[in-house]
Design a protein around this ligand. Structure first.
Ligand SMILES: [Mg+2]
Length: 388
């Protein structure tokens, strides 16, 4: 038997052990909902230079928020009202030491690592997916070398991606890069916050210039779509990254939010997001988020709830610490809400806003700072487009 066929046979056998090949193939033929054009095409995207301080503030901001929320994840808001989190705690939900961050920060770091490789286009997406799989299968970029927290859609999509890429590599079906986004889950019910929680490093690559907008939106859609293929997840990531852009331009949270409300719906429409999808974001973009009473703010794992809750916390507080603690004390998906809020607050308040005792407790702080330095070193040097 030729080597290729032998490999293919082994692959198919291993898939059959825990995977229904037939349902996979039927799902992979389903077009991307509402947006049927190919999700991957040659990139004309050239990342800009960015300051080292932004890379540090962003990565540390996500990780600190995540670590504050980990010990109380899934606990209800009523528990936090009786016993509010005021700093780094140990143990709790996952029995982890204080300062331990989870999948939110891990996958953020995996994306950032791919951004240090100096490539864009399809090769970049393959590096991102490979890094996610290194985390998922081998615990790479986990706090203590072991994965203890993974979302259902992320896990299911990564298994599909793993198999689709393996099939493509064995010459059995399709191209590797196309396999990435074709394999991910893309139903309306697959809109957990798993793409939003790890998307922020892309902020460093986006200019939001009108002539770049389509290429940049496509990049966000492709990166989000490795695990979360529905247009709502992409739209949430795009609005979040736009908010990050205005904050990095030194607009206040209120000013950045006002700008987001002004442009948000039209921005999504320009990128082909259908009106019925944009309508889901209408309450968020109505301009009155800061005035919402707490009981209107949901903190579940649904991507829209997470985006609303994170921005609500950012708008109602005036320090990094107060913003992320408010996010944790909303309860439920505490680590992700705080990671999403913490990334933006980190960008706006900068590293000087991080309490020293939190930084001292943060697991693998030196590694995170090294990653930020490597990210900044490759800043502006990434060349595109590259084809696999
Ligand atoms: Mg988590």
């Amino acid at each position: 038997m030729p080597n290729g066929a032998l490999l293919a046979g082994r692959l198919l056998k291993s898939f059959a052990d825990d995977f229904d090949c037939f349902s996979f193939f039927s799902i992979s033929r389903t077009p991307f909902p509402f947006m049927p054009e190919p999700t991957i095409r040659p990139s004309s995207f050239n990342p800009p230079a960015f300051p080292h301080a932004q890379a540090r503030a962003l990565l540390l901001g996500v990780a600190l928020g995540d670590a504050l929320g980990v010990p109380v994840e899934f606990q209800p808001r009523t528990a936090r009202r009786q016993d509010p989190v005021t700093g780094m705690r140990a143990y709790g939900t996952y029995n982890q030491p204080a300062g331990t961050w989870s999948d939110d920060a891990s996958l953020t770091f995996c994306l950032a690592e791919a951004m240090t490789e100096g490539v864009t286009g399809e090769l970049f997406l393959l590096f991102v997916a490979e890094n996610f799989l290194r985390w998922f299968r081998r615990g790479w970029w986990t706090a203590h070398g072991r994965l203890f927290d993974v979302g259902i859609t992320t896990a299911d999509s990564l298994k599909r991606v793993e198999r689709a890429v393996a099939l493509a590599e064995a010459g059995l079906r399709g191209e590797r890069a196309a396999a990435l986004t074709e394999a991910s889950l893309r139903g309306e019910r697959d809109n957990g916050n798993g793409a939003l929680m790890r998307i922020l490093p892309l902020h460093l690559w986006l200019t939001h210039a009108p002539e770049q907008e389509s290429a940049e939106f496509l990049l966000v859609r492709n990166v989000a779509g490795i695990t979360h293929g529905h247009v709502r997840s992409t739209a949430a990531c795009w609005l979040y990254l736009t908010m990050a852009h205005w904050l990095a331009q030194r607009r206040t949270p209120a000013g950045a939010y006002a700008r987001l409300c002004e442009d948000g719906s039209a921005m999504l429409a320009r990128q082909g997001v259908p009106q019925e999808e944009t309508d889901h974001f209408a309450p968020l973009l109505a301009g009155d988020l800061a005035a919402w009473p707490e009981d209107r703010v949901r903190s579940s794992g649904y991507v829209l709830h997470t985006l609303e809750a994170a921005l609500w916390c950012l708008l109602r507080h005036d320090t990094y610490a107060a913003t992320v603690l408010a996010a944790v004390n909303l309860g439920e998906d505490t680590d992700t809400t705080a990671a999403v809020a913490g990334g933006l607050a980190g960008l706006y308040y900068g590293e000087s806003g991080f309490p020293d005792e939190w930084l001292e407790t943060l697991v693998r702080r030196a590694d995170i700072e090294d990653l930020a330095a490597r990210l900044a070193t490759t800043s502006g040097r990434t060349e595109g487009p590259l084809q696999t």
